[in-house]
Design a protein around this ligand. Structure first.
Ligand code: FE2
Length: 316
């Protein structure tokens, strides 16, 4: 563990605070040890009686460097060559995801163990080249868009969960939820799902049934983790209560579901589809930051930090 003492005026977003020197009572918002996520949190410390801060540079940003969550490389640093070399892996993973999703769809008995090899593969690929699942949008084929999207969301959730220092089981379940979250779409007629151009009211209503349909499908598997069921049903809910299918309020939406919404929308915005060019990561995140009360802003900052702290400069 690398702990450095700094003056509180040197504190920056992305630093991990191990301890504070001086008169300080644990702040309920920040906790005892925490990652600094916003200017507001820095203000709390600047306006307190503490004199210095001990930061852990193994878990967060150093004074002069960018923040790299443990085990995660900067996601935007991969070269074209990196992407080319690993593109083949995506196809393999997407095929695996497809087969798992179809098994669940057909009602075949499926267990967490069945997902373990794919989750491990995704985890390994993310360690080798975390940018892979952002660049992958260009490799999509029309008929496999749902599978590739599901895989991308799984990888982003895995990366996000790790950056939040979540436990291994939760991270595994997040990854599994990413793979299965849109499974209900497989019950929607293709001509509606793949329609290019605006949807009419009836078509939109049909597509908006996919979280419930997916939830029902997954619920028939008795060993399905609750987290996977929650994310499948609620990944289109919004903090402002305007989501679907249950129009949940913010207090009813768990951290993990909020994380899944961020990854889902981020991948959708950055994806290239036959009818639209994908946005850059920065464009997508800037747009998401501007959406009033749709996303959890604290988590969105954490997500941005987990991708590339340098991106915060263009978004601030
Ligand atoms: Fe969805």
């Amino acid at each position: 563990m690398v702990v450095t003492r700094i003056d509180k005026s040197q504190l920056k977003v992305g630093m991990f605070v191990e301890a504070l020197e001086g008169a300080w009572q644990d702040n309920p918002k920040l906790g005892r040890r925490f990652t600094v996520r916003s200017g507001q949190e820095i203000d709390i410390i600047l306006n307190s009686n503490i004199s210095a801060v001990f930061i852990n540079t193994a878990l967060g940003r150093d004074i002069s460097s960018s923040y790299h969550p443990s085990g995660c490389r900067n996601i935007t640093t991969a070269t074209k060559q990196d992407k080319f070399e690993t593109a083949r892996k995506i196809h393999g993973h997407a095929a695996e995801a497809r087969s798992l999703i179809e098994d669940v769809c057909l009602g075949r008995t499926i267990t967490m163990e069945a997902f373990t090899p794919l989750v491990s593969d995704v985890a390994r690929t993310m360690e080798e080249n975390p940018s892979l699942y952002i660049g992958m949008s260009r490799l999509r084929f029309r008929d496999s868009a749902t599978f590739v999207h599901s895989l991308a969301v799984a990888a982003l959730l895995l990366h996000f969960g790790r950056s939040m220092h979540m436990d291994d089981e939760t991270i595994e379940h997040l990854c599994m939820a990413g793979i299965l979250h849109d499974i209900g779409k497989l019950t929607i007629p293709k001509q509606v799902l793949q329609k290019q151009g605006p949807l009419n009211a009836a078509e939109r209503k049909l597509i908006e049934q996919h979280p419930e349909r997916g939830y029902e499908l997954l619920s028939s598997h008795l060993s399905m983790p609750k987290l996977v069921l929650d994310i499948c049903r609620s990944h289109h809910e919004r903090l402002d209560g305007k989501g679907y299918p249950d129009r949940l309020g913010a207090e009813q939406i768990s951290v993990e579901v909020r994380m899944s919404t961020i990854c889902d929308v981020f991948d959708a915005l950055t994806s290239t589809r036959p009818y639209k060019k994908g946005w850059s990561s920065q464009q997508a995140l800037s747009w998401m930051m501007c959406r009033e009360d749709q996303f959890d802003k604290t988590l969105l900052w954490q997500f941005i930090l987990s991708l590339d702290p340098e991106m915060t400069k263009g978004i601030l």
